[in-house]
Design a protein around this ligand. Structure first.
Ligand SMILES: [Zn+2]
Length: 84
């Protein structure tokens, strides 16, 4: 789960995920060769490099992503209520 302070200002790189078979938001990590690699946020599958355009928060929500703008009250994994 990602928490955003100002979701309306955020933008989300996206690429096609072969496992999910749809366009997904991706995150970036350094691979073993210290090159950037992109992974699906849903299933961690390696994806192609995202395109230049990024989704706005509205577009990401339209694609089925739920953006949490507030931290749940009394939340946190230490409380034992985290679903993960
Ligand atoms: Zn995926």
């Amino acid at each position: 789960m990602f928490h955003l302070d100002e979701p309306e200002l955020a933008s989300f790189p996206h690429a096609h995920c072969t496992k999910c078979q749809r366009d997904v938001v991706v995150y970036r990590e350094l691979d073993d060769e210290r090159e950037f690699a992109y992974h699906c946020v849903d299933c961690d599958t390696l994806t192609a490099e995202p395109g230049v355009t990024e989704w706005t928060a509205q577009e990401a929500e339209h694609k089925g992503y739920q953006l949490e703008t507030t931290v749940p009250e009394g939340g946190g994994c230490g409380e034992g209520r985290c679903s993960h």
